[in-house]
Design a protein around this ligand. Structure first.
Ligand code: SF4
Length: 444
C-alpha cells in the first residue's frame, strides 16, 4: 500500500493580498502531491497566514494561532505578522516554524519538515490556473508585491519590501488561464496599482505573440480584451490614471476605482506622506466623471490622525460632500508598531477619534444613500454570488466582493453563482439595492 497523502490545513487572515499568498502556497504544495485539509482533525499540519498590520489584527492572528495549536498542535505561521517572530513565540511557544510575508519557499520547507512530501513526479495535481480560495467565478490577480511609498502610518514597505512588479505577459497569461477556467471577474490588486511597472522601467514581455509593456494602461488594455469583468483596486489619483477612464467608458474595464484617499486636508495628507497628496483630487474626480459618468469610486479614510484638528476634519467632510463617493470605509487612527507616525506630536484623544468616526460615517451614509437612489430605475448587469430558496444575491459594476454592497434579487432562484443577468433597480438604501431580472441571462 502507498504512503498516505499528507494533508495541510490553511487559516488565511487579513487582506486579499494575503489570500493570494495563501493560494500560491497551496498551489505549490498541491503540485508536490499534498492535499488541503478541510478541518483541523484531518490535517497533518496547519499553516496560519497572519495579518500584522493593526494591533487589532495582530490580536486576531494570535487568537487564530492559539486555536490551531489547541485543535491540531502542528502549526506553521506565515504572513505579515511572521515579521515579529518573538511576539508569536512569546504568546505561543509551541509553534513549529515562523516565516515572514511572501516567504513561500520557507513555508514550504517548514511543511516538508513536519509532513514530508509524497514523491510522485508523474502526477501533476495542479490545474494550470493554480488553486484558488475565492469562489469559482471571481479571482484576485496580484500584479506586484511591495511598495515604494513611505506613508507614515504604514509598515508594509518594511514587511514586504520595495515594489516588485510582475511582467505584463506573466500577469496576462495568468488572467487568461483564470478566464478559461471559468472566472468571470478579475480583481486587480497590489499595494499601489498605479505604480505598476515603474521598477521594471515598463519593460516589454510577450503575450499572445506580441510585446506588451509593464505599464498600467497597457495592462488594463490587455485585461480588457479578456471575456471577464476587470475591477481595479488600490489606485492612486496620479495623472496617468486618467488614461484608463476611456476604457471604462467603452466597457473594457469596470467603471470602478478603489482609491484609498485616507484624508483630504493637505496638512494631514502631508503628515501621512501619502502618494499623490499634491494632486487636486476633486478636479481629477470631476474630469473622470465627465469621461465616464457611470464611474463608482470607493475609498477609505483615517480619522484622528496625529495633528488632525477639528478644522481638518471639517475639511474632510466638505470634501466628501463635493466628491460624492459611492462607497466609503473609515478607520480610527491606531499606532502600528514600527510606524513613523507613532512619534508624531498632537495625538488625538480616543473619544475624539470615536466621535469623528461616528460623524463621518453618518455624513457619508446620507451621501451614499443619495448616490444609490439615483440608480433606481436604471438597468444594469449583475453577477450572481449566492443563491438560496428565497432568491439570489449579486453585485453590479459598483460593488466589489466582500467590501461593498449587494444587489438583492428576491425570488430569483433559477440562477447559479457566476451567472450575469440584466437587472432593473427598483429600490435602494444607503448600502444595497434591490432589483428584478429583465430577460435572459447575459452569460452563464
Ligand atoms: S501606499 Fe502607503 S499605505 Fe499603501 S502600502 Fe504603500 S506605504 Fe503602505
Amino acid at each position: 500500500m502507498g504512503k498516505a497523502i499528507p494533508k495541510i490545513g490553511f487559516v488565511s487572515l487579513g487582506c486579499p493580498k494575503a489570500l493570494v499568498d495563501s493560494e500560491r502556497i497551496i498551489t505549490a504544495l498541491r503540485s508536490q502531491g499534498y492535499e488541503v485539509a478541510s478541518d483541523y482533525a484531518s490535517a497533518d499540519a496547519v499553516v496560519v497566514n497572519t495579518c500584522g498590520f493593526l494591533n487589532s489584527a495582530r490580536a486576531e492572528s494570535l487568537d487564530a494561532i492559539g486555536e490551531a495549536i489547541a485543535e491540531n498542535g502542528r502549526v506553521i505561521v506565515t504572513g505579515c505578522m511572521g515579521h515579529d517572530e518573538s511576539a508569536i513565540r512569546a504568546a505561543h511557544p509551541k509553534v513549529l516554524a515562523v516565516t515572514g510575508p511572501q516567504a513561500y519557499e520557507a513555508v514550504i520547507a517548514a511543511v516538508h519538515d513536519v509532513a514530508p512530501a509524497p514523491h510522485d513526479p508523474f502526477i501533476d495535481l495542479v490545474p494550470p490556473q493554480g488553486v484558488r480560495l475565492t469562489p469559482r467565478h471571481y479571482a484576485y490577480l496580484k500584479i506586484s508585491e511591495g511598495c515604494n511609498n513611505s506613508c507614515s502610518f504604514c509598515i508594509i514597505p518594511q514587511l514586504r519590501g520595495r515594489l516588485q512588479s510582475r511582467d505584463a505577459g506573466d500577469v496576462l497569461l495568468e488572467a487568461e488561464r483564470l478566464v478559461n477556467a471559468g472566472v468571470k471577474e478579475l480583481l486587480v490588486i497590489s499595494q499601489d496599482t498605479s505604480a505598476y511597472g515603474l521598477d521594471l522601467k515598463y519593460r516589454s514581455s510577450d503575450w499572445r505573440g506580441k510585446p506588451v509593456d509593464a505599464r498600467f494602461i497597457d495592462l488594463c488594455k490587455g485585461l480588457g480584451q479578456l471575456d471577464a469583468w476587470v475591477r481595479l483596486h488600490y489606485v492612486y489619483p496620479y495623472p496617468h490614471v486618467d488614461d484608463v477612464l476611456p476604457l471604462m467608458a467603452e466597457g473594457q474595464v469596470l467603471p470602478y476605482l478603489d482609491i484609498p484617499f485616507q484624508h483630504a486636508a493637505p496638512n494631514v495628507l502631508k503628515a501621512m506622506r501619502r502618494p499623490a497628496a499634491g494632486e487636486k483630487s476633486l478636479e481629477r474626480i470631476k474630469r473622470w466623471r465627465e469621461i465616464c459618468p457611470d464611474l463608482a469610486i470607493r475609498s477609505t479614510f483615517i480619522v484622528g490622525f496625529p495633528g488632525e484638528s477639528e478644522e481638518d476634519f471639517g475639511a474632510l467632510l466638505d470634501w466628501l460632500d463635493e466628491a460624492r463617493l459611492t462607497r466609503v470605509g473609515c478607520f480610527q487612527y491606531e499606532d502600528v508598531a514600527g510606524a513613523a507616525a507613532n512619534d508624531l506630536p498632537d495625538q488625538v484623544a480616543q473619544e475624539i477619534k470615536a466621535e469623528r468616526h461616528r460623524r463621518l460615517m453618518e455624513h457619508q451614509r446620507l451621501i451614499s444613500a443619495a448616490v444609490l437612489d439615483e440608480r433606481v430605475g436604471r438597468t444594469v448587469e449583475v453577477i450572481v454570488d449566492e443563491v438560496d430558496d428565497e432568491g439570489a444575491i449579486g453585485r453590479s459594476s459598483w460593488d466589489a466582493p466582500e467590501v461593498d454592497g449587494c444587489v438583492y434579487l428576491n425570488g430569483e432562484t433559477d440562477v447559479v453563482p457566476g451567472d450575469i443577468l440584466t437587472v432593473k433597480i427598483e429600490q435602494a438604501d444607503e448600502y444595497d439595492v434591490w432589483g428584478r431580472r429583465q430577460g435572459e441571462k447575459v452569460t452563464s
